[in-house]
Design a protein around this ligand. Structure first.
Ligand code: PLP
Length: 341
């Protein structure tokens, strides 16, 4: 459904506003002091989350960034390295968090769509003992910067087995894991079993205003909960936001609608500007457009978007990212395409 104020916002799937049902649940949430473990709404959310991804326990955190950073703090020691795709969010967008908070650097791979192969692992480990120790591998599924691409389960299974043979821990940045689930029908717990920890966000396409969760075995989550307090992430009557997150989690299959809409946007964009989008690569809710192929000056596009009350991010070089979510619909896509036409 489009926003009531008539703005069509394609900047991100984080721009959604809480639904009336979420707001009602927030207003009537049963709460307690979560640092004492007393908040029943948070406890329920953590249990439901862990169950969905087939892990023993979960810990609620305010953001996906904190979920990733806590997991990195837990799995690594200063001086070590993380094996991950070069464009992975925890390396590229989290503002040096791993370097500052954990004292670790990255050893990067550059596979299509954020994929890491068993050969990548073998290559990285070839000189183990000579170069810095690699103690952790990070998956990101779906992979944001490559356009919401899904990492296939088979590849995750094979590569994680190779990493485990070398003693690496594995974290999954599953900020959008339910987009992967909605796109493939593979249950979330199958993806999650290829990692030791997984974090996912309630505040992206799922539509809750705030919140993520890290799930793992009970002992790991106890320690991550301890580290969360260190970062100031021990929240008190936080059931008021967990209540919205529970609804987001319950309704996760709705993401399929965002994928259908992104497919429509990609097809229409490719018709209007041949070569700007490869519709077959649009597997979930993110459409990466090659802006050069649009052939328009950015100032001209920006002005027209402003006039038509359409919000889009500026391209970064040739990369122009458009995102669908629960608060844009068919008519918003029509408006966007018409404005560009
Ligand atoms: C793949 C991925 N991981 C982590 C995050 C961080 O989430 P947050 O914005 O809640 O910190 C994002 C945010 O867009 C993301 O796309």
């Amino acid at each position: 459904m489009a926003f009531a104020d008539g703005v069509a916002d394609f900047r991100s799937d984080t721009v959604t506003r809480p639904t009336a049902e979420m707001l009602a649940a927030m207003a009537s949430a049963e709460v307690g002091d979560d640092v004492y473990g007393d908040d029943p709404t948070v406890n329920a959310l953590e249990e439901e989350s862990a169950e969905v991804v087939g892990k023993q326990a979960g810990v609620f955190v305010p953001t996906g960034t904190m979920g990733n950073q806590l997991s990195i703090m837990y799995h690594t020691s200063p001086g070590e390295e993380i094996l991950a795709d070069q464009g992975t969010h925890s390396r590229s967008v989290e503002r040096g968090g791993p370097q500052a908070l954990s004292g670790v650097a990255f050893r990067t791979t550059s596979g299509e769509g954020g994929r890491i192969t068993p050969e990548d692992v073998e290559e990285a480990m070839e000189w183990a003992g000579f170069f810095p120790r690699i103690s952790l591998m990070i998956w990101e599924n779906t992979h944001n910067l490559s356009g919401g691409r899904v990492i296939p389960l088979d590849l995750m299974t094979e590569t994680s087995s190779a990493a485990r043979r070398h003693g690496l821990s594995i974290h999954i940045d599953g900020a959008r894991i339910f987009n992967a689930v909605a796109a493939t029908g593979v249950p979330a717990h199958r993806y999650a079993e290829t990692g030791d920890t997984i974090q996912f966000c309630f505040s992206k396409g799922l539509g809750a205003p705030i919140g993520s969760v890290v799930c793992s075995d009970r002992e790991t989550i106890d320690e991550i909960r301890y580290l969360r307090k260190r970062l100031g992430g021990g929240m008190r009557q936080v059931g008021v936001i967990a209540a919205a997150a529970r609804i987001a989690l319950r309704d996760r299959q709705r993401l399929v609608e965002d994928h259908v809409l992104a497919g429509k946007l990609a097809t229409r964009m490719a018709e209007l500007f041949p070569g700007s989008v490869e519709p077959a690569d649009v597997e979930t809710n993110i459409v990466n457009v090659a802006f050069e192929k649009v052939g328009l000056a950015w100032d001209e596009v920006a002005g027209r978007m402003r006039d038509d009350r359409i919000l889009v991010n500026a391209p970064f070089g040739n990369w122009w990212r458009l995102v669908t979510h629960r608060d844009v619909d068919d008519s918003d896509v029509d408006r966007l395409i018409e404005a560009l036409r």
